[in-house]
Design a binder for this molecule. Structure first.
Ligand code: EPZ
Length: 419
C-alpha cells in the first residue's frame, strides 16, 4: 500500500492549480440520469471517487465517454438498463446515494442501497426519504436497500437541517415531477447551487438555489447540456492552510473569496494575509507565530466542516489556545489523536477540541480514517521535526488530484512511496 512521507518544509513559494470540485462533480454526474440526451462535464477532477461513481452509473446503463485525459466526461443516459444501485458500490461512496432522486425522477422507480454509517458519523438519509415521500413516492426499506417508486408530484418539503445531499436528491427528483416543489431550509452550499445551474442548463425550472428556499417547477423532459464543474473550495482551503503551517506565499489558481468567505475571515484573524488576484487567491504568512482563533463549523456560508481538520493542524502551532467546535458531524476529530501522537496539545471533549499551540511537532507514523483528516496530517508534517509517514493514502486519492505533485510544486518536502 502506498505511503506519503513528509519532511519539514518551507517557506513555500509558487502557484497551485485548484481542480474542479469533487462534491459538485459527483452530483452533476448523477444528474445525467435525468435526461436521455448527453450531459458533458468539463473541468472534471481526476479522482478515485469519480471513477467509482462512473462504475455505478455504467451499471445503470449510462455510457461514459472520457476526453482530455478524463477532464471531460460525456455521460449519456439514453437507455437506462437498470434502476438498482448495488451495495458493493454505494458502500464505497456516499455520494452515490444521490442517484436516488434522479432515478425516481426519470423512471418512477429506484432501488438504492443504504449508504450506511461512515467514519465521520452516522450520516442518516431520513431527510432524503421524507422529502421523496412528501412528493408521493412509496418508500420501503428492505435488506439494506431503499425501494422507492411512484409518479412524483410537487410538494412542500421542509428539512429539519439544511442537508446538502437531501437538498440535492429532492431537487433532482422534483425537476421532472408534476407541479411545483418548494424546498425550505435548503442547503446553500456552492455545490448545490452549481447542481441547480446545471439542471437549469438542461431545461429545468429552478429558482432560489443558493438561498434557504428553492422552488422547482416540474418540466416534462430535460435535454443535454455542457457544463463546467466549479472550483473545489475544499481543495482551495486545504492549500491555503499550507503556507499557514510551512510559511511563505502560495497563490491558489482559480480560487475566489466568495467560495470560502468565513474560512478566509478566520485565516486572516490568525494573521495570514489573503489577496484576491486575477488568477486566484494568494496567501502569505507574515512570519512569526500565528494567533489562536476559535472556529465553529456550520452549513454554508459558515466555516466548512471539511476544513476543520486542516485548520486544527494549523492551530497546533499558533500562539495561545483555540477552541474548535464541530456541529455538522458527530465524529469528526479522528485527526486529533494522530496530531497528539506528533506532540500536539489537544483536548477533545464531545464535539469541542481545545488546541494549545506548541513550538513544533515531532514526526510519527500516522494514519487517518477519512480524506480531510489524512490531508491535515500531511500539512502538520510540513512543520514537524523528522519524517512523518502517512498511511492509507487511498483516502487522499478520493479527493485530492496530484496532491504530492502540487505540494512539491511550491517547494514542500513531500514524497509518495509505492510498495
Ligand atoms: C456533503 O455530505 C459532502 N459530501 C460532505 O463532504 C460535507 O462534509 C457535507 O456535505 C457537509 O458540508 C458530498 O457532497 C458527497 P449533509 P452530506 O447531508 O450531503 C445529518 C468530504 O470530505 N443528516 O449536509 O452527506 C448528517 O448525519 C465530505 O468531501 C441527517 O440527519 O452532508 C449530518 O450530521 C465528507 N439526515 C448533517 O445532517 C439526513 O437525511 C449534514 O449532512 C441527511 C443528513
Amino acid at each position: 500500500m502506498d505511503r506519503i512521507v513528509v519532511k519539514r518544509s518551507g517557506p513555500l513559494s509558487g502557484q497551485i492549480p485548484i481542480a474542479g470540485a469533487k462534491n459538485t462533480c459527483l452530483k452533476l454526474m448523477c444528474a445525467s440520469l435525468l435526461s436521455d440526451e448527453p450531459l458533458t462535464l468539463t473541468n472534471v477532477p481526476r479522482l478515485s471517487d469519480v471513477a467509482t461513481l462512473s462504475e455505478l452509473l455504467e451499471s445503470l446503463g449510462v455510457q461514459i465517454g472520457r476526453l482530455d485525459e478524463g477532464r471531460t466526461l460525456a455521460l449519456s443516459a439514453t437507455d437506462l438498463t437498470s434502476h438498482l444501485a448495488h451495495y458493493d458500490i454505494v458502500r464505497k461512496l456516499r455520494a452515490s446515494f444521490n442517484v436516488l432522486g434522479p432515478l425516481i425522477g426519470r423512471t418512477g422507480e429506484a432501488i438504492v442501497s443504504l449508504p450506511g454509517g461512515c467514519a465521520i458519523g452516522a450520516r442518516a438519509v431520513d431527510f432524503h426519504l421524507e422529502g421523496l415521500k412528501a412528493m408521493g413516492a412509496k418508500v420501503d426499506l428492505k435488506d439494506g436497500y431503499v425501494y422507492a417508486s411512484g409518479d412524483l408530484k410537487g410538494a412542500e418539503v421542509e428539512f429539519p437541517f439544511p442537508s446538502v445531499g437531501a437538498t440535492e436528491n429532492v431537487m433532482c427528483a422534483a425537476v421532472r415531477a408534476r407541479g411545483t416543489t418548494v424546498i425550505k431550509n435548503a442547503a446553500r452550499e456552492p455545490d448545490t447551487k452549481a447542481l441547480a445551474d446545471c439542471l437549469i442548463a438542461m431545461g429545468a425550472d429552478i429558482e432560489g438555489a443558493g438561498t434557504e428556499q428553492i422552488v422547482v417547477r416540474g418540466v416534462d423532459r430535460l435535454h443535454g447540456a455542457t457544463h463546467r464543474v466549479i472550483t473545489d473550495r475544499i481543495e482551495l482551503g486545504t492549500y491555503m492552510v499550507a503556507p499557514g503551517i510551512a510559511g511563505g506565499e502560495v497563490e491558489c489558481l482559480g480560487g475566489t473569496r466568495d467560495l470560502l468567505a468565513a474560512f478566509c475571515d478566520k485565516m486572516e484573524a490568525a494573521g495570514l494575509e489573503i489577496t484576491q488576484t486575477d488568477a486566484g487567491l494568494k496567501v502569505r504568512h507574515p512570519g512569526g507565530r500565528l494567533k489562536a482563533v476559535d472556529v465553529t463549523t456550520a452549513p454554508f456560508p459558515g466555516f466548512p466542516t471539511d476544513l476543520q481538520a486542516q485548520f486544527m493542524a494549523m492551530m497546533c502551532f499558533a500562539e495561545g489556545t483555540s477552541t474548535l467546535e464541530e456541529t455538522i458531524f458527530e465524529n469528526r476529530f479522528m485527526h486529533a489523536p494522530e496530531l497528539i501522537r506528533m506532540g500536539a496539545n489537544i483536548d477533545v471533549q464531545g464535539n469541542t477540541a481545545r488546541v494549545t499551540g506548541v513550538d513544533h511537532l515531532r514526526a510519527a507514523p500516522v494514519m487517518a480514517t477519512d480524506l480531510r483528516a489524512s490531508v491535515s496530517l500531511i500539512l502538520a508534517g510540513m512543520a514537524a521535526e523528522g519524517e512523518t509517514i502517512v498511511n492509507r493514502v487511498y483516502h487522499l486519492d478520493r479527493g485530492y488530484e496530484h496532491l504530492v505533485r502540487k505540494l512539491r510544486g511550491v517547494g514542500a518536502n513531500v514524497e509518495r512511496l509505492s510498495e
